[in-house]
Design a protein around this ligand. Structure first.
Ligand SMILES: NC(=O)c1ccc[n+]([C@@H]2O[C@H](COP(=O)([O-])OP(=O)(O)OC[C@H]3O[C@@H](n4cnc5c(N)ncnc54)[C@H](O)[C@@H]3O)[C@@H](O)[C@H]2O)c1
Length: 350
């Protein structure tokens, strides 16, 4: 697999995760041979590019990619985000972003009763408001303007919708389509129409339409009723940060970027960014990255190893003494990772 640690806490959480993923793979009788790339902000400052021009093509040589995070305060955010992670998602046509959120025993959250949340956000990953169409005009005048065009295509909606319905079938059988078609009456009415067509082919899956503002409220008030949320690129991005808080915060939220039924490598990454406010202090929570790695192991045909990682994370998190500061504890990245590694190493492969 390819590994891109990136910037800020990215290298910290990736280096804490790799031994755990290697050990879990070994328990399942497999070997991981990570190949690391120095892509990110430092490379941008050195060479003017966050990754080589043929970066996406290089990644095609691997079955999967583990990515840390990108972003540093001394480089404009859009340069690095577009020059690396959005660029890779688009170049590899990674159509769907999958962001599971679940409660973990022992982890306190903002919810009065933290247990029982188990939902997945399925986010369209290549267009919407993130398609990159638009421009700036009348620079430095009183009439200066920025235009950002949202693009929603039947093809992209179909790919995300089919993935969401298939996923719901393997879970509790419910899809909540999140749009804003009362006010945004072109792109999001297309979402409503295309998803209704897909829903008709899945009579065993319940489907509801929820406006994004109402979904923000539902996520806070009744998150346990939610199963699969099908979202556009922008809404999925925003709601998944909100949903991450239901599981304990940004340090707990994994994700996968996939081209369902396609031949591109899948890319796995924590939902969080480079967290410059805590980078270098050794206190980042490595769980989001490890759980992304567990999704990677599932994807490359090692579901037993994936389960070993998730079980070890669950075991370690039951003890508040192992929690990093974002979870209210005082453990370091290395201490939590060492505990998870010890649990993996003492586990018996089923
Ligand atoms: N996919 C990506 O690489 C990605 C995603 C989001 C943001 N970014 C970039 O990251 C930089 C910082 O963005 P931001 O501050 O908006 O978001 P962020 O996710 O980096 O941080 C938000 C908050 O969550 C905390 N946090 C994040 N990860 C954590 C972890 N593992 N453990 C404990 N706490 C954690 C941070 O300390 C911060 O308080 C920006 O440059 C942004 O563009 C990159």
């Amino acid at each position: 697999m390819a590994v891109i640690p990136g910037d800020g806490v990215g290298p910290e959480v990736v280096s804490a995760s790799l031994p755990v993923l290697r050990a879990a793979a070994a328990r399942a009788g497999a070997r991981l041979d990570p190949v690391e790339f120095d892509w990110g902000g430092e490379r941008y400052l050195r060479t003017g590019r966050a990754m080589p021009a043929d970066g996406a093509e290089i990644l095609r040589g691997f079955p999967a990619v583990l990515f840390g995070a990108v972003g540093r305060p001394d480089v404009p955010d859009h340069e690095l985000v577009w020059g690396l992670i959005i660029g890779v998602r688009q170049a590899l046509d990674l159509a769907v972003n999958v962001r599971p959120v679940q409660s973990w025993a022992g982890v306190r959250t903002v919810l009065r009763e933290p247990d029982g949340v188990d939902l997945v956000i399925v986010r369209e990953n290549t267009e919407g408001e993130y398609v990159g169409v638009g421009g700036r005009a009348h620079a430095a005048t009183a009439h200066e303007l920025g235009i950002e065009v949202a693009v929603h295509s039947r093809t992209a909606i179909l790919r995300a919708a089919r993935y969401a319905f298939d996923l719901a079938r393997s879970r509790r059988g419910r899809v909540s389509l999140v749009t804003k078609s009362n006010a945004l009456r072109h792109g999001y009415t297309l979402w409503d129409a295309v998803v209704a067509e897909v829903a008709a082919a899945y009579p065993d899956v319940e489907c509801e339409q929820v406006l994004v503002d109402a979904m923000a409220v539902r996520l806070v008030q009744q998150p346990r009723d939610l199963d699969v949320l099908l979202c556009s690129n922008l809404f999925g991005d925003i709601l998944s940060d909100l949903a991450a808080v239901l599981a304990g915060g940004m340090g707990m939220a994994p994700s996968a970027n996939l081209l369902p039924d396609g031949d591109a490598p899948a890319l796995f990454e924590p939902v969080h960014g480079s967290a410059p406010d805590i980078a270098g202090r050794g206190v980042a929570n490595p769980v989001a990255c490890m759980l992304s790695g567990a999704m990677l192991l599932d994807h490359v045909g090692l579901p037993v190893a994936g389960r070993i990682v998730r079980d070890a994370v669950a075991t370690a998190l039951r003890d508040p003494a192992r929690h990093t500061p974002d979870l209210g504890g005082s453990a370091t990245t290395k201490e939590l990772a060492a505990e998870i590694l010890a649990v993996v190493e003492s586990s018996t492969a089923p």
